[in-house]
Every structure is written in C-alpha cells, then in structure tokens.
Design a protein around this ligand. Structure first.
Ligand SMILES: *Cc1c(COP(=O)(O)O)cnc(C)c1O
Length: 222
C-alpha cells in the first residue's frame, strides 16, 4: 500500500464534517509531498525543529498544526506560520503564545489539552481546572490567540469501552463549554481527538479533527 492508498482509505472512513490532520512526524519531506499530491493540505508535527524545517522546505499552502508538547522557549520558531496549536496545557503557555503571535501580528488558533487518560504521563488540564479557567474569562484579554476548542488523548489500551468513555466525557465537557462560556463565539468549534488506533471511536463520540500518522505514513523510526 502506498501513502496515497492509505490516505484514500482513511479519508473514506471520515465523514465530511471531520477534518484530517495527517501526522507526518519522523517521516521525510517526500512522504508529505506524496500526501500533498493527493490533495492533503493539513499536516501535524510534534517537534519544533522538524516542523520548522518542513515549513521551510515544503509548499507554502500547507496548513501546519503543532500537536506535541510545546515548551515556551520554542514558541518563537513556529509562531510566524503555525495555523493551530493542539496541546496547550497551561494558562502560562497560552499567554506566551499570545505574546509571540502579537509580535508576528497574527492570531493563532489554540486548543486546550484536557487530561482524559488514566495515565500519569499525559499532559493537560483536568476538566475542573479547565472549566475554572474558561469561566474566569481571563483568556478574553489575549487578543492574538483564539481558543478554537479542546484536545485530548485516550489511554493507550485495548479496552475500547474505556477509550469510548474517555472521549465521551471530553465531548460532554466540550458541549457544556460551547453552550455556556462560548455561547456567542462560533470559533469554539473544534474537538481534536482520535489517532490511528482509535479515530473511529473518537468520531462516534463527536471528534471534529482526527490526528492520524502511522495508518497513512507507516510506522515511525524513532
Ligand atoms: C504521533 C501523534 C499522533 C499520531 O499517532 P498515530 O498513532 O501514528 O496515528 C496523534 N496525536 C499526537 C498528539 C501525536 O503525538
């Protein structure tokens, strides 16, 4: 199976209201170009250096999403061009992104990462922390970031009922915020959940953005 074939298969499994972020991390420019030639324009990367290099070398109409854990001292390398940052896990990071976006006279779409997995290692706000922060409206002063929605990763497990339950609670919280804090703000519309192994469950549970890597590009050599 080629990248083109894999991409077509994935796209056939995604309804039209869900967008695909093709996760190209650890894969070379040639792999990105093969997907690009099949009309894919949205790509996700999780390392700043790799994303910057790909941005420099690849077509400029690609929409780049940063999906990894972002350190504040590295924001400046991607703020001039990144379209969306998926895993904003603290107010401090959001404030820093706002400052760099302002320097570039841009507005950057950000998703707040919610910790839904029953694992210690995953970053993110708890639902309670996130609700408090959003209800505080402190983010309204940050004019160069737009909170476009939420993002979460399920536990790495074979137990699909558990995965479904985690995505379900994230969607419930997303809907709650959409109809309260963001009631008159239509830009709060994205729920980024679902990877190669769990994107079908995530779509069932309300995902609007799926981040899929290995199913399209093959396994990664770390
Ligand atoms: C790597 C990565 C993905 C893609 O994972 P696959 O299992 O290869 O589809 C999705 N989301 C995040 C945050 C990632 O780091």
């Amino acid at each position: 199976m080629t990248i083109k074939d894999n991409l077509q298969t994935v796209l056939q499994n995604i309804p039209s209201h869900v967008r695909l972020v093709a996760v190209s991390k650890f894969h070379p420019n040639e792999a990105v170009l093969e997907a690009y030639e099949s009309s894919q324009r949205v790509f996700g990367e999780s390392r700043v250096q790799e994303l910057s290099a790909k941005y420099d070398q690849l077509p400029k109409d690609i929409e780049w999403h940063f999906i990894g854990h972002l350190q504040t001292n590295k924001i400046k390398y991607i703020s001039p061009f990144v379209t969306m940052i998926h895993a904003v896990d603290s107010e401090r990071l959001l404030i820093e992104i706002n400052q760099f976006a302002k320097k570039s006279t841009r507005t950057i779409s950000c998703l707040l990462q919610i910790h839904i997995a029953k694992e210690e290692t995953k970053f993110g706000f708890s639902i309670e922390e996130c609700r408090q922060f959003l209800e505080s409206k402190r983010w309204e002063n940050l004019e160069n970031v737009q909170i476009a929605g939420l993002m979460g990763m399920a536990t790495y497990t074979e137990n699909s009922a558990q995965i479904r339950g985690e995505f379900h609670s994230l969607n419930q919280f997303f809907q709650e915020m959409k109809s309260s804090v963001f009631q008159e703000k239509n830009y709060f519309c994205e729920l980024s959940m679902g990877m190669s192994d769990d994107y079908k469950i995530a779509i069932d549970e309300g995902s609007t953005l799926v981040r899929i890597g290995s199913t399209i590009f093959g396994s990664r050599n770390y």
